[in-house]
Design a protein around this ligand. Structure first.
Ligand code: PFF
Length: 441
């Protein structure tokens, strides 16, 4: 086995973990799902789940990774708990499914970089989305996006990623702020904020409960949980770091960017009279297309925005491929480069149907987020809560003092409430996947 590389700098881990979390999930998926799900009630369900389920599960992945210093599958071998390798299997499967359509959306982003320069979407943003999102263009640019991801992964942890991640988060934040400020000046902005931020108190509780499965899927997706990304990343992490501080930092940055994306996008949706319930995966692209057509220097702002979004998508996609490659190279002793190319090729093939039919993309998305990631998270919660609690607590307190009490609360959260909730979400996810598959057939 080759010598494991560690993070080049202390901040390197935070950068790549945040880079994995922040991506299309924040800027594309969160706003369109919120729009589709009626707005503010969804936002509230999502925020509650980020804190009550997301944080405990990031910590669960971090303790396993740092304790074992192995990838998601090797970790369970290392612990002498080989039966639990199924978590790695589900994670790898989730990775194949997610990356296969994530790279299709990444391909849309590349097309939007070019189209911002040429002005191709300015006259009719909705029509442009139709041609970019499905068909030959979508397949070609999907391949191009996969090529970039595979290239970075093939170069290895240290060389490729820390540098990209350093620019990505600040640029995305600045551009979203620019868009939010401009959006605030539009006529429809008040209606946009009301939809996004003021729930109807009469129906809030029942609405939010009904939205839990979707919100949980989004919480897992946006934090890169349930498939071992955070296990793999934390496996490169030193003993001197406080896992709680690092988790909180990632969570706050990720949530801040999603909230900001919502603030940027809802005013445009309402100003343009787009029905938020019907836009689906095109919502953000269409709303922003009109925004960039009207903004002063809109083409320039659009170009920079889509470049930043492309980088954000790359660092996330990288993390998915990296998990699978780390597993294959460490378990079977394959060389990194050929393993990367082979796996990327297979993922590309799996993704082609999603580039040809947006209903297929939706079915993959529901399967991945509401079944596979949730299933992986459920098993992790049970594992850490019931079978690994002692070591997990010890690892949790390494690098930070005085956290024993909090650690015990964390373990009990995993043991019962989170497990029960995830079982409920999983059950709903299976139903939702059946429905999404039926829509394709
Ligand atoms: N968290 C990424 C995003 O929000 O775009 C997507 C993602 C990355 C999901 C890695 C899952 C994963 F393992």
């Amino acid at each position: 086995m080759s010598v494991r590389e560690t993070w080049a700098t202390r901040i390197g881990f935070i950068l790549v973990a945040t880079g994995s979390a922040v991506g299309l999930g924040n800027i594309w998926r969160f706003p369109f799902l919120t729009a589709e799900s009626g707005g503010a009630a969804f936002l509230i369900a999502y925020l509650i789940l980020i804190v009550s389920v997301g944080l405990p599960l990031i910590l669960a992945e971090f303790v396993i990774g740092r304790r074992t210093k192995r990838n998601v599958v090797g970790a369970f071998d290392e612990l002498g708990r080989s039966n639990w390798k199924i978590v790695g299997g589900i994670g790898a499967l989730a990775g194949f499914v997610i990356l296969s359509y994530y790279s299709v959306v990444g391909g849309w982003v590349i097309q939007y970089i070019i189209a911002s320069i040429t002005g191709a979407y300015t006259s009719d943003p909705a029509a442009y989305f139709e041609t970019a999102s499905v068909g030959t263009n979508a397949v070609v640019f999907d391949a191009l996006f996969m090529g970039f991801v595979a290239g970075i992964v093939a170069l290895g942890i240290r060389n490729g990623l820390e540098r990209a991640a350093k620019f990505m988060v600040p640029s995305v934040v600045v551009l979203l702020i620019v868009l939010s400020v401009y959006g605030a000046t539009l006529d429809g902005s008040g209606a946009g904020y009301a939809f996004y931020l003021s729930p109807d108190p009469a129906t809030l509780v029942s609405d939010a409960i009904g939205l839990l499965p979707d919100a949980a899927g989004q919480a897992f997706f946006t934090l890169s949980l349930g498939m071992g990304v955070m296990i793999t990343y934390a496996s490169y992490l030193g003993e001197d770091r406080s896992l709680l501080n690092d988790s909180l930092l990632i969570l706050v940055v990720d949530t801040f960017i999603a909230l900001l994306a919502g603030l940027a996008i809802f005013p445009f949706l309402f100003a343009e009279g787009i029905d938020p319930g019907t836009g689906g995966p095109g919502t953000v692209f269409v709303a922003l297309g009109t925004a960039f057509a009207e903004l002063p220097a809109g083409q320039l702002v659009g170009t920079v925005f889509y470049i930043a979004l492309f980088m954000a998508a790359l660092t996330s996609a990288f993390s998915i491929l990296e998990v699978i490659v780390a597993y294959v190279t460490e378990t079977f002793g394959f060389e990194r480069k050929p393993a990367t190319v082979g796996i990327a090729g297979v993922i590309f093939l799996i993704g082609i149907p999603t580039a040809l039919d947006i209903n297929v993309l939706n079915a993959y998305d529901v399967l991945a987020n509401q079944v596979l990631l949730i299933g992986g998270g459920l098993l992790l919660a049970i594992f850490v809560g019931w079978f690994f609690a002692g070591e997990a607590l010890e690892e949790f307190t390494t690098g930070s003092d005085g956290l024993e009490g909090l650690g015990t609360v964390w373990i009990w959260l995993l043991r019962i409430p989170i497990t029960v909730l995830l079982l409920y979400v999983l059950y709903n996810g299976v139903l939702a996947t059946t429905e999404a598959v039926t829509a394709v057939l």
